[in-house]
Design a protein around this ligand. Structure first.
Ligand code: UDP
Length: 375
């Protein structure tokens, strides 16, 4: 007899949600986490009365009412709407690409004018692709040119993306840029989803509610006592790196990591919004996050005298840094497929989440994935 039904490796969103639903189903769970805190990259730290997203900004968005009801039953969410600003060459643009952006870019005012400009630029891109023998966009650069044309690609996408991923846009997968909406209406909401918000009081409340009543041990690395941990439970839910689980036998998967420079400023309102993206190549950071805007709106921004900002610098991942973004190019995807074959044949291990599924995952699909194990 093992001590636990499930050993859950990693207290991030996948692990915490799995533990929550397994406990509800009457299973005995142990969660182990190598960091000193739960929540994975959702973790926030309170500074000067502000919840600081320590591993990059997280905005919850979904069109799935079941997921939205689930998270709101644990902690109510606020009405935050992500509307970042892009800065290129000192000029400000609204994101995602919408009538405000087109008006700022070309001075056009009607959807018909904007469409005409974008269509002309798209045609150029399409005919260049056809000449090269391609029928569909083969990479992020071709995809971006086909979506929004050259002006927007060069000013708002190319520099940001190449800083973010450390690779030319022509060597990146097209799906990354399809995350961004293109709209011929004046609407700066970054997401198309029905529901969006931040847990009131911060993400740590969501994590605490998910893990309530569950045994958790922190500063525990699965790999430092693997045999011992494996002996503790009937089933393992593994949310760490799949290549590490298999001792890198097919090679190491690549990631992008992030370096954060955090600063507390003696001003209540530094940039007037949660995120400003620096889309040129010369500014070394990709974006500046001002954390209070996730939870304070309107005049409430002035109720705390200080503000906390974080500059984000993407960097190449090394084994000692945090793996943030999977680099889903052909090489890595084919290595991942080899690991996945082993994982699929593993009767007592469930692999889930960004690192174990090697997937550029938003939060809501992570929860949907966990739901699928309990249906
Ligand atoms: N992107 C861009 N310009 C921007 C913001 C995003 O070109 O100002 C591109 C970039 O390639 C990025 C992708 O869109 O990797 C997805 O952006 P998203 O904001 O979804 O990235 P995340 O929040 O996950 O870092």
């Amino acid at each position: 007899m093992k001590v636990y039904d499930h050993l859950i490796v990693g207290a991030g969103l996948f692990g915490a949600t799995f533990a929550h639903l397994a406990r509800k189903a009457g299973k005995k769970c142990l969660v182990i986490e190598k960091r000193p805190h739960p929540g994975g990259n959702l973790f926030c730290e309170e500074q000067s009365g502000i919840n600081v997203h320590k591993y990059g900004p997280h905005i919850f968005h979904t069109s799935n009412p079941e997921v939205w009801e689930f998270v709101n039953s644990l902690v109510p969410f606020n009405r935050f709407t992500y509307s970042p600003i892009a800065v290129y060459d000192g000029k400000r643009f609204n994101l995602p690409f919408n009538m405000n952006t087109f008006c700022q870019m070309w001075g056009c005012t009607t959807p018909a004018q904007a469409r005409a400009i974008i269509d002309a630029q798209k045609q150029e891109a399409l005919s260049a692709m056809r000449t090269a023998g391609a029928t569909a966009p083969r990479n992020l650069e071709e995809q971006a040119l086909c979506l929004v044309g050259r002006d927007i690609y060069e000013k708002l996408i190319k520099g940001y993306t190449e800083k973010q991923w450390g690779r030319p846009c022509a060597e990146l997968p097209a799906f990354i840029i399809r995350r961004l909406p293109v709209r011929f209406v004046y609407d700066n909401n970054y997401f198309n989803d029905t529901y969006q918000g931040i847990p009131i009081g911060g993400y740590n409340r969501l994590t605490a509610a998910l893990l309530s009543g569950i045994e958790c041990r922190f500063n525990e690395d699965f790999f430092s006592r693997r045999e011992y941990w494996e002996s503790q439970a009937d089933k393992i839910v593994f949310t760490g790196k799949i290549d590490e689980f298999y001792e890198y036998r097919f090679g190491a998967l690549e990631y992008r990591t992030l370096r954060f420079e955090e600063e507390t400023l003696d001003t209540p309102n530094y940039q007037g919004c949660a995120a400003v993206n620096y889309t040129d190549r010369n500014t070394p950071c990709t974006r500046i996050i001002e954390h209070k805007h996730f939870e304070c709106f309107g005049a409430d921004v002035y109720t705390t005298p200080k503000t906390v900002i974080t500059r984000e610098f993407p960097a190449e991942y090394t084994q000692n840094s945090e793996p943030f973004y999977p680099v889903n190019n052909e090489r890595n995807n084919s290595i991942y497929e080899q690991y996945k074959k082993l994982a699929d044949a593993e009767p007592d291990v469930i692999f889930g989440g960004r690192l174990a599924e090697y997937k550029y995952y938003d939060m809501a699909p992570v929860i949907e994935r966990v739901f699928s194990y309990f249906e």
